[in-house]
Design a protein around this ligand. Structure first.
Ligand SMILES: Nc1nc2c(ncn2[C@@H]2O[C@H](COP(=O)(O)OP(=O)(O)OP(=O)(O)O)[C@@H](O)[C@H]2O)c(=O)[nH]1
Ligand SMILES: [Mg+2]
Length: 377
């Protein structure tokens, strides 16, 4: 794997010594001392060299982490110029991607998603897998702190060479975040990561988005005062391929088992998320590791089942179409709002609708007319 010492910045001569980069770089106002092993400074150097499409492509396929991180930054960029290279890159990488299992993990804040990923991720690395962890967080721009929290919660995993952790792209609407996460997933797969874990906070829309990106969807929950089932939305349970009751440790074990049977009783009456698969409830402790291997076995069984009946590939195909549709929608929305005539008219029309002078339908029609007349010019 990538030894941080051997993996010098990609543009240095192969036989370079430690001092090479520091003595040749212009414009860095710092003394020679302190440069060695200083990651901050190395990061500055990385940005100096502009990578071409092929550099990204080769670097990702070689699982060069520095280039992977830069490729992800590229797909997350809002700049149209970056977008063009990013599109080309994703297109080139697609034939090398897809050979993984994509697992979505959702649950209310504090359910233990990050702790679970830390424990499962380490277990999978021990088994010889390469694990990439992504987060889809629709509110990431508001809760910047949680990214830091995740880093500390995945302390061991984040230092393993078999693992790659990428916090959610900051800012933007959920749709945009999801598009970027899909492309990030492609980059990780092309780099050889065979298990992709996607964490999302259970706040409604984000579960549906993540469900449309993954093969297996896991709902992590905890036992509470006994009212957890009432609070749980049927719709979310119907998205899940397994419900995992976490924190089944210490005094909680018995309660977790009771909750497990209650879930199983209800699940019996619900529509399963995956044709022919019975979604069931399980228990685990992400802290002690009990039940973690068992849930991985459930996932293995699921893969065997869905690959056997063709549903795995069918779902991936359907997701590709959803991805395409989402991109079209995003594009149309963007060109609509960037249109000069729409931009000029938007505020006034909005105010008229607000005051009730015109109906929303009339408002929409006015703006569409403005767009169409301007788009033809
Ligand atoms: N006893 C016990 N505590 C756990 C377990 N798993 C997680 N925790 C604790 O629960 C708290 C929340 O865990 P996180 O892993 O941060 O939960 P999360 O779902 O990722 O939270 P958000 O990212 O904020 O949505 C932490 O204090 C963990 O130590 C478990 O299996 N048993
Ligand atoms: Mg978390």
């Amino acid at each position: 794997m990538n030894d941080p010492i051997k993996k010098r910045p990609e543009w240095t001569p192969e036989d370079n010594q430690e001092g090479f980069t520091t003595s040749l770089m212009d414009g860095i106002h710092s003394s020679h001392d302190g440069f060695h092993g200083n990651h901050q400074e190395k990061k500055v150097f990385h940005r100096r060299k502009k990578l071409e499409l092929n550099d990204y492509f080769k670097g990702v396929l070689e699982c060069n982490r520095t280039i992977m991180a830069r490729a992800i930054t590229l797909v997350e960029s809002h700049s149209p110029k970056h977008r063009e290279t990013a599109d080309e890159l994703v297109k080139k990488l697609l034939p090398h991607a897809g050979n993984s299992v994509r697992i979505g993990i959702t649950g209310v804040p504090g359910a233990g998603k990050s702790t679970f990923i830390e424990t499962l991720g380490n277990h999978l690395c021990d088994l010889g897998h390469k694990v990439a962890v992504l987060a889809v967080d629709p509110s990431s721009s508001l809760t910047k702190g949680s990214i830091l929290g995740d880093k500390t919660r995945m302390e061991k995993l984040s230092t393993r060479p078999e693992a790659f952790i990428r916090p959610s792209p900051s800012g933007g609407v959920l749709g945009g975040v999801a598009r970027k996460s899909r492309e990030t997933m492609i980059i990780c797969e092309a780099a050889g990561f065979d298990v992709i874990l996607v964490e999302t906070v259970g706040v409604g829309q984000s579960e549906i988005t993540v469900r449309s990106m993954v093969d297996f969807f896991l709902l992590l929950t905890i036992t509470g005062a006994g009212d957890e089932l009432q609070g749980m939305k049927k719709g979310i349970m119907e998205l899940a391929d397994a419900i995992l009751i976490n924190k089944a440790d210490g005094e909680n074990v018995k309660k977790a088992q009771t909750t497990q049977s209650e879930f199983n009783r209800i699940l019996h009456y619900l529509q399963p998320a995956t044709v022919g698969w019975h979604t069931k409830a399980y228990t685990c402790s992400s802290l002690s590791g009990i039940g973690i291997h068992e849930i991985w076995e459930v996932i293995q069984l699921f893969l065997e089942h869905t690959k056997g009946n063709g549903f795995f590939i069918e779902r991936r195909h359907a997701q590709a179409i959803e991805w395409m549709d989402a991109m079209i929608e995003e594009y149309l929305k963007r060109i609509f709002h960037e249109n000069k005539a729409v931009e000029t008219a938007y505020h006034g029309v909005r105010e008229s609708v607000k005051k009730g002078d015109i109906t929303p339908a009339t408002g929409a029609q006015l703006l569409i007319n403005a767009f169409e007349s301007n788009a033809q010019d």
